[in-house]
Design a protein around this ligand. Structure first.
Ligand code: AMP
Length: 209
C-alpha cells in the first residue's frame, strides 16, 4: 500500500500537514500519538501500559506501535499519511517491508522555535482539539469551542517531558532522514512559515495543484 510520511521535531506542525494532505489525497491519516492518547482516555490495557511512558516523554515500544498501526490501517484506503511514524530504526524497517513509501517530508524547525510553540500549545482534554494561547485561543478561556471540554496543557507538554521528547527526536527520529535520503525519498520543508505555505511546498513536491 502507498504511503507518505510526515516527520520532524515536536511542534513542527506534523499533525496539521498530515491532516491537510490526507484530506487532499483521500488517504487515511494515521497519527500514532492520537491513537495512544485515545487508548489512555478509554483506559484500555494498552492505555494503562503507555500512560506513564508518554507522560515521561519516552517513546513507546516498537512492537506496540506496529500492533496499533496494523489494527488501524484501512485496507480499502488509496493510501496512508503517517504522522509521527516511523521514529526509530526498527519502525523504518517495518515501514519498508510493509508499505510503498512515495515520499517522506521532514519538517525542519529550529529547536527554540519548536519548544516555544509546544509551550504555547493547549489541547481539549475531551475531544483532542488543539489550541494555542497565542494564535488560536478558545472563545472562552479554558473551554473547548467544539465540545465544551476542559482545555489544558497536554500531559507530555511539561518542561521535563518536552526535554526528553526532544532528546529522543535527536537520538532516534532525526537519524531516519538518512534512510529516506538514501532511497531518494526525502524532501526537507521549512516549517518556519505559515501552515498554508508549508502545505503548498508539500503539494508542489508531489506535483499536485
Ligand atoms: P506525538 O503526539 O506525536 O507528539 O506523540 C506523543 C507521544 O506518543 C510520544 O512522545 C511517544 O511517547 C508516543 N509516540 C508517538 N508516536 C510514536 C512512535 N512512532 N513510536 C514510539 N512512540 C510514539
Amino acid at each position: 500500500m502507498k504511503c507518505i510520511v510526515i516527520f520532524g521535531i515536536q511542534g513542527s506542525g506534523k499533525g496539521i500537514q498530515a491532516k491537510l494532505l490526507s484530506q487532499k489525497l483521500g488517504y487515511q491519516h494515521i497519527n500514532i500519538g492520537d491513537l495512544l492518547r485515545d487508548q489512555i482516555s478509554r483506559e484500555t490495557e494498552i492505555g494503562k501500559q503507555v500512560h506513564s511512558v508518554i507522560s515521561r516523554g519516552e517513546l513507546v515500544a516498537d512492537e506496540l506501535v506496529f500492533h496499533l498501526v496494523d489494527e488501524t490501517v484501512d485496507k480499502s484506503a488509496p493510501g496512508i499519511v503517517f504522522d509521527g511514524f516511523p521514529r526509530t530504526r526498527p519502525q523504518v524497517e517495518y515501514l519498508r517491508t510493509h508499505y510503498d513509501v512515495q515520499k517522506a517530508f521532514f519538517l525542519r524547525l529550529e529547536e527554540d522555535v519548536a519548544i516555544a510553540r509546544i509551550l504555547s500549545r493547549r489541547v481539549c482534554q475531551n475531544c483532542g482539539e488543539n489550541y494555542n494561547i497565542i494564535s488560536k485561543k478558545p472563545a472562552v478561556d479554558g473551554v473547548c469551542d467544539i465540545c465544551g471540554g476542559v482545555v489544558d496543557v497536554r500531559m507530555d507538554d511539561r518542561p521535563e517531558a518536552i526535554q526528553k521528547r526532544v532528546h529522543e527526536f535527536y537520538m532516534q527520529t532525526k537519524k531516519q532522514k538518512l534512510y529516506f535520503a538514501q532511497y531518494g525519498l526525502l524532501k526537507i520543508v521549512s516549517a518556519d512559515q505559515e501552515p498554508q505555505e508549508v502545505f503548498a511546498a508539500i503539494l508542489a513536491e508531489l506535483n499536485i495543484s
